[in-house]
Design a binder for this molecule. Structure first.
Ligand code: ZN
Length: 141
């Protein structure tokens, strides 16, 4: 399944030190009435909460790390879940020893600094629904 979108506009900005990364991005999406889009960003966090989807158990395992980490890459998308705008964001982080870690971004992640772009797309937004095959909420045709 796929849908063709056009770029409507690009919001670029900076988050504040202390912001909750996931919750603040979702707020910006809602404040700007964005129904479909892409999220990117770089910066740093002082704490991160990420999930790893365990395919055998079919559930997210959640980990919080309190450590100064570089946001090497953050990439996400905007769609709908249960009739509400929903963001799905993955983040790759760099440690002091220059190794990387990452996962599915969750609330309870504290921004140290973050420069972001939100690309608003024009087209029919995707809606998520539960997929029996994977145990995930996936885009439904
Ligand atoms: Zn994910």
């Amino acid at each position: 399944m796929k849908e063709v979108f056009r770029i409507k506009k690009i919001l670029q900005g900076r988050l504040k030190k202390g912001d909750d990364l996931y919750n603040r991005l979702l707020e910006i999406i809602k404040e700007n009435n964005i129904r479909a889009g892409l999220i990117t960003g770089i910066g740093a966090v002082s704490k991160v909460t990420i999930g790893y989807f365990n395919q055998e158990k079919r559930e997210y395992e959640q980990t919080t790390i309190e450590e100064g980490l570089e946001i090497l890459n953050m990439h996400g998308n905007v769609s709908f879940k249960d009739g509400e705008p929903f963001i799905h964001v993955h983040i790759m982080l760099g440690r002091k020893d220059l190794t990387a870690l990452g996962g599915h971004l969750l609330p309870n992640t504290t921004v140290y600094a973050c420069e972001y772009e939100i690309v608003e797309l024009e087209g029919t937004p995707f809606h998520r629904s539960f997929d029996d095959e994977t145990g995930l909420y996936l885009w439904t045709p």
